[in-house]
Write a protein that binds this ligand. Structure first.
Ligand SMILES: *Cc1c(COP(=O)(O)O)cnc(C)c1O
Length: 462
C-alpha cells in the first residue's frame, strides 16, 4: 500500500512514518467475517426472546426508518431552536402522549434509561421534602418484589432502604406497609405490575396510606406493557412514574442501550423536573424552557436520546390508543396462555392470573439436575433465548417468562414443546441438561470474568 501523505493539510509531526499494521484481507473475507459475526448474535429478529422484565418485543422497522430520516438523524444539538422546530415538536407531542398514557401532569424525556429515570424521580422527591419541612425523611420503603434498580436508585440518592416482605399472595401487605411508614418515610417505591407479574390489588389503599404518612409514591412503570390503555398510574394516586421507551414503546435494546426513561410527575413534583422542559407558545413555536428555579438540574446532555424518542413516537402514532390497549391485552393473554400450559410441569409459586409475565420455579427439578441455570442453558440448544433466571429473589430457582404481545400461538406452543422436552430429559438423561448448551458457538462463558475484564478491542497479534 502506498504511504499517503497530506503535507499541505496536516502538520508534518502528525504524519506516520510507518504504515499502520492493519490486516490485509480481501473484501470477500471481510464480508464473510462480519456476516459470520452477525450470525453469532441471537436477537429478537431471529427468534423468541422471553426474557422476563425486559419486554423483548418485535420492534417495527418503520421506527428505524423514521429515526434515520435526515431531518432527525443529522441534527446538531447546537442548532438554533428556530431551525429544529420539527424535533422539538416531536418531543413536545411525545411528552403529551406519555401524559395521556400515565395520567400525570408533566414529564421529562431526558433520562437515558429506566434506572436513570428512577434516580431523577427520587432526586425530585428529595428536593420536594427539603422544601416542605421534610428534611428528616431519610427512608424509602421498597417491597421485595420491586425491580432491583429501585433499591440502587434510592440508595444512590442517599436514602436508607426499608424492604417490605411480600404477602403470601406475592403482593404488598397493607398491615406490613402501615407498620413501616413513619415521619421518616420519604417515599414508597413500587413496581407495578411487580416482578412476579402481579398487579397490586390494593394500589389505591397503598397510595392513600403513604400520602397520609406524608410520603410520596414512586411508580416503576417499566412494565407498562401490561396496563397501557387499561389503567393509569396517575389515577392510582402516584406522584411520579418512569416509563421505558426502549421496552414498552419498542426500540431495539440490550447490550447497554441506547434507551430512554422519561419521568412523568403530578403537581407536587412538577417544579422539580429536570432542565429543560419542552414549551409550546400560543403561536405554536417550540422552545426549551430553562426558566425553572426549583429544578433539580440537568440529568443528561443536550436533548437526551432523541433517536429513541423518534422510534417511540412513531410506534405510538402508528398504534393509536386502540392499538396500545390491544398490545397490553395481547401481552397479558400470551403470558397467561404460557402460564396455564407450563404450570403442570413447572410450578408457579404465585399461581393466579398474571399480567405480562410470570415466574415459574425449578426448585423441585433442581435436585435432579434441572436447576434454573441448566434449563436456561438447555433452551439455547433449541434455538431460543432463555427467560430471566434467579430473579425475582423471592422465588427459588426462578425462571421469569415474558412472551410479549408480538408472538403468535405457534411460537408459544413451540416454547411449551421445548420446555416439556427438557422436563422429560431431566428425568431420563439429566447429564444432557447439566452439560448444555451443546450447539452454541460459546458454551458456558465465565460471565463474571467477561463482565470484569471485557476484551472490547481487536489488536494485532504480536
Ligand atoms: C428494565 C427495568 C428497569 C430498569 O430499566 P433500564 O432501562 O434497564 O435501566 C427498572 N424497572 C423495571 C421493572 C424494569 O423492567
Amino acid at each position: 500500500m502506498p504511504t499517503l501523505t497530506l503535507p499541505t493539510l496536516l502538520p508534518g509531526v502528525r504524519l506516520r512514518e510507518v504504515p499502520p499494521r492493519l490486516p490485509e484481507v480481501a473484501e470477500s473475507e471481510v464480508v464473510r467475517h462480519y456476516t459470520r459475526l452477525s450470525q453469532l448474535n441471537y436477537s429478537v429478529d431471529t427468534g423468541f426472546y422471553p426474557l422476563g422484565s425486559c419486554t423483548m418485543k418485535h420492534n417495527p422497522k418503520l421506527n428505524d426508518e423514521m429515526a434515520a430520516v435526515p431531518g432527525f438523524a443529522r441534527l446538531h444539538p447546537y442548532q438554533a431552536e428556530e431551525d429544529v422546530q420539527g424535533v422539538l415538536r416531536l418531543m413536545y407531542e411525545l411528552e403529551q402522549a406519555l401524559l395521556a398514557i400515565t395520567g400525570l401532569r408533566r414529564a421529562t424525556l431526558q433520562p437515558a434509561a429506566g434506572a436513570h429515570g428512577e434516580l431523577a424521580g427520587i432526586l425530585m422527591i428529595k428536593a420536594y421534602h427539603r422544601d416542605h419541612a421534610g428534611a428528616q425523611r431519610d427512608t424509602v420503603v421498597i417491597p421485595d418484589s420491586a425491580h432491583g434498580t429501585n433499591l440502587a436508585s434510592a440508595a444512590m440518592a442517599g436514602y436508607r432502604v426499608v424492604e417490605l416482605p411480600s404477602s403470601p399472595r406475592g403482593l404488598i401487605d397493607i398491615a406490613t406497609l402501615r407498620r413501616n411508614l413513619s415521619e421518616r418515610t420519604a417515599a414508597i417505591m413500587l413496581t407495578n405490575p411487580n416482578t412476579l407479574g402481579l398487579f397490586e390489588d390494593d394500589i389505591l389503599e397503598i397510595s392513600d396510606l403513604a400520602h397520609r404518612a406524608g410520603a410520596l409514591c414512586y411508580y416503576d412503570g417499566a412494565n407498562l406493557n401490561a396496563i397501557m390503555g387499561k389503567a393509569r398510574p396517575g389515577d392510582m394516586g402516584m406522584d411520579v412514574v418512569h416509563v421505558n421507551l426502549h421496552k414498552t414503546f419498542s426500540t431495539p435494546h440490550g447490550g447497554g442501550g441506547p434507551g430512554a426513561g422519561p419521568v412523568a410527575v403530578g403537581p407536587e413534583l412538577e417544579p422539580y423536573l429536570p432542565l429543560p422542559l419542552m414549551h409550546r407558545s400560543k403561536e405554536g413555536v417550540y422552545t426549551l424552557d430553562y426558566d425553572r428555579p426549583h429544578s433539580i438540574g440537568r440529568m443528561k446532555g443536550f436533548y437526551g436520546n432523541v433517536g429513541v424518542m423518534v422510534r417511540a413516537f412513531t410506534y405510538i402514532l402508528r398504534m393509536g390508543a386502540d392499538g396500545l390497549t390491544q398490545a397490553s391485552e395481547d401481552a397479558v393473554l400470551n403470558a397467561n396462555y404460557l402460564r396455564a400450559r407450563l404450570r403442570q410441569l413447572y410450578p408457579v409459586p404465585f399461581d393466579r392470573v398474571c399480567m405480562h409475565e410470570f415466574v415459574i420455579t425449578a426448585a423441585e427439578l433442581a435436585a435432579q439436575g434441572g436447576s434454573a441455570l441448566n434449563i436456561a442453558k438447555r433452551i439455547l440448544d433449541f434455538g431460543m433465548h432463555s427467560p430471566t433466571i434467579y430473579f425475582p429473589l423471592v422465588v427459588q430457582e426462578a425462571l421469569m417468562i415474558e412472551p410479549t404481545e408480538t408472538e403468535d400461538i405457534r411460537t408459544l406452543d413451540a416454547f411449551v414443546d421445548v420446555m416439556e422436552q427438557i422436563g422429560r430429559e431431566i428425568l431420563k438423561d439429566p447429564e444432557l441438561v447439566r452439560t448444555a448448551p451443546h450447539s452454541t458457538p460459546v458454551r458456558r462463558p465465565d460471565e463474571v470474568n467477561a463482565a470484569r475484564n471485557p476484551v472490547l478491542r481487536w489488536s494485532p497479534r504480536a
